[in-house]
Design a protein around this ligand. Sequence first.
Ligand SMILES: [Zn+2]
Ligand SMILES: [Zn+2]
Ligand SMILES: [Zn+2]
Ligand SMILES: [Zn+2]
Length: 113
Amino acid sequence: MATYKKHCIYCGELIPGDAHSCPLCAHEDPFHIRCPKCRNPVETGWKVCSSCGLRLTALCAACGKETPTARTCAHCGAPVLVQCPNRKCGETQILMLDGNCVACGKPLLNRRK
Ligand SMILES: [Zn+2]
Ligand SMILES: [Zn+2]
Ligand SMILES: [Zn+2]
Ligand SMILES: [Zn+2]
């Protein structure tokens, strides 16, 4: 049985393909993006969650375009997953259209006030 390695979607490092949580960044389920609302695993390219119907379109922080759920932007290749800047939270997630953290509700990007 060959041990293959896959990239963790959160930290991008190569880790064992059967890992249940990433040994490097400690994120659960390192190969699946999860719905920010119901935590259902969602596949790359899905536009809505199959479980709760949440619109999964992400917003690319680099080019500002909407991109389907994925690790990286379909337009410019920039990473779409962002980490919450709130130090008590730190949740890594897809940047949703409203730009707020799914865990703590704070804005994920520093926007001009
Ligand atoms: Zn990781
Ligand atoms: Zn969902
Ligand atoms: Zn982009
Ligand atoms: Zn947060």
